[in-house]
Each structure stands twice: as C-alpha cells, then as structure tokens.
Design a protein around this ligand. Structure first.
Ligand code: GLC
Length: 528
C-alpha cells in the first residue's frame, strides 16, 4: 500500500483548472461564480478529477480579471462571498475533491489599500512594500516592459515624485519582496486561506517576486513575441526567490498535507526545475509549460518530456499541462480538420499516462476550441493592446459549454464573453451519454489512472517506436503498462510484448507485431 499522506496526494491527483468567470453562473449576471462551481461538483466527481485549481475569485477591480487583487481576504461580490467559498470547499471535500487557490502576490491591484497608502507619501509605513525609483527627468529607470500594455513598466506617481513598477498592466503594482513586513503580510494571507481549509496554492508568476537589486536593463531577445522582446534576466527569475520558496514551503508543510505549485516563466524547463529546490525544500511542484509551445508530433513531445525528467532534481515530481487560461487551447492548436478529435484523444492519453501530475483546463475534456472573438467583444487587456495580433486570451476563456440550450447552459443572461458557436454539438450533455465521445475517453483515462498505481506513480521507460509513434512503459511492482500513441494519420507497425488491453477492456493481444491505426492509442498491461 502507498502511504498517500507521506507520499503527497498531489503526486497522484488529476487537477482541473477552473476559470471562475466562465464555468457556471448561478445568479444570472453573465459571469460565473462560486455557487455555480458548487452546483457542478457532481459533474467533476463524475469525471473523476481529484483537485481543482480555481483562478482568482478575490476582491478585484478586474483590470486583469481577478489577477489584480484589492482585498486578499475576501471574495469579490461578482463571485459570491466567503461563505460561498466555505460551502464550496465543504461540498468538494465531501466528494474527496481538493481545492487549490490562486495566490497572486507578485503584485496587488493599484486599488489595494496597501498601495493607496504606499503611494501617498515616501514616509508611509507601507511605502517600501512596493518598488519605487525617483523620477529624474523623463526617462524611466530601465527598459523593463509592461507586458499587457506594451510599453515601459515604470509609471509616475506624483505624490512621491517616483516611478512605481508594474510589468503586467499599470493597475498591478509590484511588491517589494525584500521588505520583511510585506513578506509577513503575505504569509498572513496564505495562513488565512489555509486556515479556512484550502488545500494549497497555485502561485501566480512566482519566479518574478524578486527583481534585480541593481535594476539592470534586460538584454534584447532574438525571438519576436511580445513577452520575449527581452530576455527577462533582471525583472524576473532572480535567485533570491528561492529563500522565499523555502519559507513558503515550511509554512505550507506546517499544515500537513497542503500543496504549492508555482507558475514559472521562462523558455528553459531548468528554471521550473530549480523551483523545487536541490533538497526538495522549495515548491512541491513548479509548472512546466513546454507542452503549450510544442508543435504536434510524437518526437516533439517526447523530447520535451525527456528533457523535463532530466532536469528535475532527485525526488522532485513532474507535471504536465496542455492548456490553460493564458494560451490558445490545445484542441485548437493541434486541430487538423476531421482528425481534430482523434488528435485530442492522443493528446489526452499522453497527458494522463505520462509520469507526472496532469493539469486539465475546463472544457478540454470534450474538445473546447478557440474561436475568433470579435473586436468589440474583447475583454483581455493583452488582447486589447495587441489587437489585431492574435495574442489576446479571451478565446481560451469563453463560457463552459454545458448543453445545447441558450448560452450553452452557462447562464440565463448574456455571458461576459461570447459562447463558442460550436456549442450546440459540442457540449457536456451531448458527449456524456456517448460512449465514443472525447468526454467519455477522458473519463475512462482518468478512471484507469485512478485504478493503476503504475500510471500514477510508476517508473517510466521510453520504448522504441517507429517515427510518429510515442511509446513508453510505466511500471510499479510487477505491473507493467505499455502506452502506444500514434500521432499520425497513417497506420504504423509496432512490436509489443502483448497483454490485456486497458483502453478496450476484455481484449487481449499476443506478443509480436501489431498494427496501430491512424491516431490509435493502445494501452496494454501485464504482470512482469
Ligand atoms: C499570470 C496569470 C495571468 C495573469 C498574470 C498577471 O501569468 O496566469 O493570467 O494575467 O499572471 O497576474
């Protein structure tokens, strides 16, 4: 038996990310809310997920839709109340589903009372909680950029004759993590949610907490994507952050079984790997986003996963993500006409069978895609500032498609973002009853994972396979599970050791050559 507690529940969990504005609206204002989530817990339990990460639902002026927080210890009325959160948490826990809260503490909202005090005077006790530089002439102190505004990250503050720093929108001033009182204040916020019973935190832009002590300018980047116009050597990814990760870890571990997963930015998975700490005393997990940027293909994903396994320190646990609220959904990225569903099935099997905790994004389980959001419906500050480039994030945040009724069953009112036009055919209700649907496939894979320790925590060994096929063996005790994934639209011949076919119970195959059909997934099990 595995000691789940000692081992860490999060290693074995399937996570499901909810963007709360878009999941389920319970009060008819066109925006999703906590009661809406609670009303759909039975669906999540049916699907079989073990933990939810809910994007921010705290008090916020919504300049970045909740990633700009003006009160860390309250729920925004648009999402409900603290009592709604308590009720959701209780209901989820009764179903054995954990809830991880989004901790956005690289910056606050400019409407947070802390910032209002800080900007009022250089002598204010909270002044040093944020980052300031004296205004000397018109030139900002260095070349750091505000990602969502595509301009300098330094904004003047008249009352103090200083610039403040905000690398997302101007409404998200950045904390000074070098200040011990600020640190304590954030740890109090963390304790507030852990005391309420939250199962952990997803830590927003965790690797950006510290900026260069000398405020050096970033060197230019050769790659022309807005976030990458510069190499973020000095405004993010500073080594001092590891000290804070250790403090956070000690705090979380003092509650027993809570979990921290950090959002990391950077092209090299070595950065994410380093956030676990050499002695595994930093974050429990750090997101590796490499799959979000991989072209379709067995070799491309295999190289990515191999590198991730390689760079993780001993004892650190991997995780994988194909979609989230900041990037185009993978169903859309990897679409290929009539083969789109078949590809999504292959991707799901990869995500749910690799060694590492999988993170699903709401709607991916039935193939939600991204449609073009018309200009007048755009809401995301990044999308508005970069229009007509397709960089905005509204398309991946559209309302959950529950059924074929108006507004896809998400709300009685007009939703805050348009519902994808394909919702009448593509929705939970339509696929739930269909044994051949993508949704049923996800559910079966999740169930398989929950039944098979080999898939959850077993070792992984890559198997030889022809071009276009990814193959690996997961093993635990004497149980061996082989996963064959055909990423291409042509049949491929593979040589297997045979076994019972897990993705099609009842069938067994003999050892030897076996043809894999186009986009076929074959999962076999044996006792070694
Ligand atoms: C993270 C979030 C993103 C948000 C940004 C600023 O990258 O995932 O949605 O806009 O941080 O908080």
């Amino acid at each position: 038996m595995i000691d789940r507690h000692r081992h860490g529940w999060w290693r074995e969990a399937v996570f499901y990310q909810i963007y709360p504005r878009s999941f389920m609206d319970s009060n008819g204002d066109g925006v999703g809310d906590l009661r809406g989530i609670e009303s759909r817990l039975d669906y999540l339990a049916w699907l079989g997920v073990d933990a939810l990460w809910i994007s921010p639902f705290f008090k916020s002026p919504m300049r970045d839709f909740g990633y700009d927080i003006s009160d860390y210890e309250d729920v925004d009325p648009i999402f409900g109340s603290l009592d709604d959160f308590r009720s959701l948490l209780d209901a989820a826990h009764r179903l054995d589903i954990r809830i991880v809260v989004d901790l956005v503490v690289n910056h606050s909202s400019d409407e947070h009372p802390w910032f209002k005090a800080a900007r009022s005077s250089r002598d204010d006790p909270k002044h040093d909680w944020y980052i300031w530089k004296p205004v000397e002439g018109r030139r900002p102190p260095n070349n750091w950029i505000s990602l969502f505004e595509q301009r300098s990250a330094w904004y003047p503050n008249e009352a103090t004759g200083e610039w403040y720093l905000a690398t997302f929108t101007r409404n998200q001033p950045e904390f000074n993590w070098r200040n011990p009182e600020l640190r304590e204040a954030i740890y109090r916020v963390a304790r507030f949610w852990l005391d309420l019973g939250a199962d952990g935190f997803r830590m927003d832009v965790a690797t950006a907490y510290f900026k260069d002590a000398e405020f050096r300018s970033n060197p230019p980047s050769p790659v022309l994507v807005p976030d990458l116009l510069q190499r973020h050597l000095y405004d993010r990814n500073r080594p001092e952050v590891h000290g804070v990760f250790r403090e956070f870890r000690a705090l979380a571990d003092s509650y027993g079984d809570r979990m921290l997963i950090g959002e990391t930015h950077g092209q090299d998975p070595a950065l994410a790997a380093s956030c676990h700490g050499e002695r595994n005393d930093e974050l429990h997990m750090a997101f590796n986003f490499d799959f979000l940027f991989r072209p379709w293909g067995a070799e491309s994903f295999r190289r990515s996963a191999e590198r991730w396994y390689e760079v993780l320190p001993d004892g650190a646990w991997p995780n994988f993500t194909l979609s989230n609220h900041d990037q185009k959904r993978h169903y859309y990225r990897y679409r290929s006409g009539a083969d789109s569903d078949a590809r999504a099935r292959v991707a799901a099997a990869m995500l749910l069978c690799l060694r590492g905790t999988p993170f699903l994004y709401y709607g991916e389980e039935f193939g939600m895609s991204c449609e073009r959001v018309p200009r007048k419906a755009l809401r995301d500050p990044l999308g508005l500032s970069t229009w007509p480039l397709p960089l905005g994030r509204d398309a991946e945040r559209t309302p959950m498609q529950w059924d074929a009724s108006p507004n896809a069953g998400f709300s009685d009112a007009e939703p805050w973002l348009p519902v994808n036009r394909d919702y009448k055919d593509k929705n939970v209700e339509a696929q739930r009853a269909d044994p051949g649907s993508l949704l049923t496939w996800y559910r079966r894979l999740i169930r398989l994972r929950s039944l098979e320790p080999a898939l959850r925590i077993g070792e992984l060994r890559w198997l030889d396979a022809p071009a276009g096929v990814m193959a690996f063996r997961r093993s635990f005790g004497n149980r061996e599970i082989d996963v064959w994934l055909n990423f291409v639209a042509r049949a491929k011949t593979v040589t297997t050791l045979g076994g019972s076919v897990l993705d099609d119970p009842g069938e067994t195959i003999a050892a030897g050559d076996r043809e894999l059909g186009p986009y076929e997934v074959l999962i076999t099990a044996r006792e070694a």
